[in-house]
Each structure stands twice: as structure tokens, then as C-alpha cells.
Design a protein around this ligand. Sequence first.
Ligand code: MIC
Ligand code: SF4
Length: 643
Amino acid sequence: MKKSLVYKILEKHLISGVLIPGNEIAIKIDQTLTQDATGTMAYLQFESIGIDRVKTELSVSYIDHNTLQVGFENADDHRYLQSVAAKFGVYFSRPGNGICHQVHLERFGVPGKTLLGSDSHTPTGGGIGMIAIGAGGLDVAVAMGGGPFYLVTPRIVKTMLAGKLPPMVSAKDIILELLRRLSVKGGVGKIFEYCGEGVQTLTVPERATITNMGAELGATTSIFPSDKVTKQFLKAQNRVQQWKKFQADPDAAYDEEIIIDLNELEPLIARPHQPDNVCKVKEIAGLKINQVNIGSCTNSSYMDLERVAAILRGKTIHPEVSCTISPGSKQVFEMIAKSGALKDLIAAGCRILESACGPCIGMGMAPSSAGISIRTFNRNFEGRSGTRDAGLYLASPEVAAACALKGVVTDPRSLNETIEIPTPKRFILNDNMIVTPPEDGNKIDIIRGPNIKPLPEFRPLPNKIEAKVILKTKDNITTDHIMPAGAKILPLRSNIPAISQHVFEVIDVTFPLRMKEAGGGVVIGGENYGQGSSREHAALAPKYLGLTAVITKSFARIHFANLINFGILPLTFTNPEDYNKIEQEDLFIIENVRDILQNKKQLIARIPAKNLEIPLVYKLSDRQVKIILAGGLLNYTRESSQL
Ligand code: MIC
Ligand code: SF4
């Protein structure tokens, strides 16, 4: 049979299961990455599994999220992460070295390999031909211990790129066009495999912009073939020996197909508060703006920043706009310093930030009240910037630069400029901020500050769930709603009792208190519940407060897995209209739940006060049932000594 690129790589890594869409499979993971905000929990979990050395080909721990150090917490976490990396054989990318996805692409990504990362934008690695998947920290900890990664075989979407992008239209517009067509839930259960003549016209960082933001489609991952463009990129990174050709067979079979004609694309922009709320830039041209942020793992490559510098060269940022630049990596920073682009950006009045996530995760640079912020980032969820009523718009570096100059939303084509940036033949190579772990970690002591609290222990699932609906939410609830990030809350990531006091803060600040008063409870959700980030804290912290089940119309992939990992029952309505019959404060009863799950019986929840019986669906594999019954993956792993 003619094979897609995805199937070729998955088959090579298959440990169990059959590659049929919808089937659970287990795959071998070659590489892992963690970042600091999810990493502390991942390594605490790795420690508790009790293995002395990572068993992957390569594992890297990056410091890029919690880089604003207004108290001891983040610095303590970094010290813990550095010591734990040395102990267990993990490469350590120091703060200042850059955003995990950008650095991984430059220095570690290898075509045809699998990468599991405790960050939802891990699919950035698809730009270099990897199967790169985002997951909760616990799944990554298990993979570091040599355990397989379980996933439901996705449907493969042949994503055909025809033609070539017109001037001032960029890779960001390709993924915004897909979001416009398919929505933030259009990619759930799918992998987007790119092909067609348009592919050769895109550089590796441009491809990575597209695969990065495939996460916003809800996709499992996205991938480009490994071709001569990939070879050239690896050569410029002095890693050509790691290149191998990987592509689909001609006439390979796919589950779905979509075609984008690049010639037809125009500059696009996503309006608040979802990345799929996309329109043409010209449709909202003239809207007054307050802030421009250029950077993030989506658009902070050397070529991105060179393009911005070319537009801003010799000009001044509009007097009512604050414009920040965060280079994606130290390599990018050094490159723009050498080329002179950094000087042009400074001269134009840009505020230069360090190579880190920064404003993308609300680590500083919150916009003014009701401010309008144009960002080259990937998420514009409500409150994510740190300013609740700000309006965040997502666009390409070209659009962002044009807006920064004019002070209003501006189509960059109206600047009447042409910019041609040649692809570098050689990048500056200086890995001095990547610490290689010692051969023997036995003598290394792990350093823990007072902010690092032990992992909470959870009991097995009880046989009867009797719980109140503490919160009823709408469609597309993000993990930023469930467990907000930002400069104030992120430093609490290694302290579950403290961070749990912020659960659902964006929607209802009384949630933690009401959970406590009720002695636990359940949450009701609409479609695509838990979209966005991979943060397992969005499951772990509510579990700590006593969340036993979440009942929704549908779930996003990573959050669904995280709920199971922490022993929370993820249920969906058999009849979606039943969602309308439930109100906050209703008391739910599910009897014999252990028996029902074990014996694959119909699960029915009763609301006695309303005389209602609600049939519910649990889409769980036998392994997932065992995890839920044990009270989570850590308990299950310890009990069954199974990685
Ligand atoms: C994000 O972009 O939301 C984050 C912050 O990178 C998260 C991870 C986290 O919450 O630490 C993600 O994308 O998974
Ligand atoms: Fe960092 Fe933003 Fe990328 Fe998340 S999306 S990894 S916060 S840059």
C-alpha cells in the first residue's frame, strides 16, 4: 500500500496497536522536551517513578517561560530543573538561550524522529519532518523513563499547498487561512501532512510557523516532508549528517484532503478572543492600536525579525504604540546583532526583550486597559495577556510591523515596499548556553527551594460519585480559563496547594471556595473543552480541589488525556441537548461507577431533585479505565510497575 509520510514514521515507532483511525496505539518516543512552567511537575513525577537515568535518545529541559523573577520562586525552580537535568542525563538550555521550540528546531530536531514535549506547541518540530506531539508533563515523564506514548490513531489530512505566496503574505497567513476554514476544533483527532509545489517555496522556520499553530486547530500534530530545503537548513546549522529524506509515496492514501492556493492568499488577522476568528487585514484596516508584540514560538526566527527590521528601518514606531521584540533564540539574537537588524529595531524605537516567551504568556508587557494589541503569537484568549479587557489580534510579522509604524491596523501591502531576505547559508553556532549532563549523575544533589512542594497523593476512584455541579461553562473553554498563567500565577506551578486557589479565576473567582465548601464536585462543559495549552495543572489543580468528573459535549485531546492521568472521569453527553437540562448547583449521582467502567456497562447519572436520568459516554481504552480506577497514572504506574 502507498503510504503517507505520517504512517511511514509511525510504523517505524509502533509498539502496539493497529494504525486505523480511532484505534489506540502506543509509539516509541525518541526525544523529549520540557519547559520550566510544565517541567517542574514533569521532573517531580519522573523522580517519583524512580528511574536513575532518562532512557530516550535525547531529552532537553528548557527555561523560557518563567523568566520574570520578581520573587525567589522562578529562580528556585530553575535551580531545581538544572540539578535534576544533570542528575538524570537531560540537556539543560539555560535561561536566555531561547524558546524551547525555536531552539529545538535549530539545534536538536531530526527528521523522521518522534518528539514528545510538555508544551502544546511541540508540533513546531513538524517543520523539520518530525512527528512532534504535545502532551501533559506526566506523559513526558513516562516517555523519559522509556515508556511508550499512547494516542488515538489520528485521521491524516493531505494538506496540499499550491502556488507561491505573494509579496507581504507569509506563512502565518497560511495557518490563519486554515483556522478560518476549519475552526479551533477542526483539527481534533487529525494530523495535517503538507505536500504540493508550495512546500518547496517555504523555508524550515516558515514551515515551523505553520506546524506550530496547527495546535490551534486542535490537531494532534502537523508535518512537512524532509526535503532539500530541510537539508539546506540542517547544513546551515552544521548538522547535515542528521538529514535524511522523508516523504510520502506518490498516490498515498489519506483520510481527508484540503487544498490551499498560496497565490490567492492575502494578509489575515485573528480577532479577539479565539485564533479562528480570522478576517482579512484590510477588512479592519484603520482600527487604532496600542501595542505590538513580535516574537513567540510562532514567529521569532531570524528571517521573521529581518523582515520586521526591513520594514522599520530608518522609521519610528508610532508615538501611541509600544512595540516589543523577543528573538526566538540566542542564535536569532546573535544573527540580528551581526546583520545590523537589531540596530535598526532599536533605532526605530522597539523595546528589546530577552529570548523567551515573555508577553505571549503574560510574563510582563500586559497591555493598557481595553488596549488593542497586535501580536505575532498563536493565542489571543481572553485574559492571557494579563489585561482582562484587552483585545488581542494575531497576525504575521509583516502585518505587525506595518501596524507598529502606522498606529492603526495596516495591510503591509499598502506600504508599497518589497523585501527580499536571503536564507542564511550558515547560522551562528554557539551552544555555550546548553549544558551537557555528566555521564554519571549519581553524585549530583537535587536542589529544592521552599516553593517546590511534594506531589499530592490521590485515592482510587470511589464506587459512587455524589457531587454538585460547581461550574457550568460554554463551548471552547481553554486551559487558560481553567488554570490561568501570567506573571503572578505561573511562579506557583511547582506548588499545587497554592496554584489551586486560582482555578477558573477568569470565569469565577469563587470556584475554589465553593469546591471546598461542597467537598468537591463536577464541572459541565460545552464543545472542545480544554483546548489550548498542555498544562496538566488544569487537571491536577482542580483534582486537588476535589474535582471528580467533567461532563462535556466534547474534549480537546491533551486536556482529555491529562484528566485521565489525574484520575478525573472525562464524560460526554449521549444526547448533547442534555447539556441544557443541567444547572450549576444540581446534585449528580453516579452509582456503581467502578463496576460500570470495568464491565463496559452504560453509565447513567441521576439528578434526583429534577427526576432526571442522563446517559453519558466514556470513550476510554481498557488501559485508561485502569488508570482512572487507580486514581491516576502515577498510582497505576506504581501498582502495575508498568511504564
Ligand atoms: C502556552 O502557550 O499556553 C504554554 C504556556 O506554552 C503552555 C504550557 C504551559 O502552560 O506551561 C502550552 O502551550 O502547552
Ligand atoms: Fe511560549 Fe507562547 Fe510558545 Fe507557549 S505559545 S511556548 S508561551 S512562546
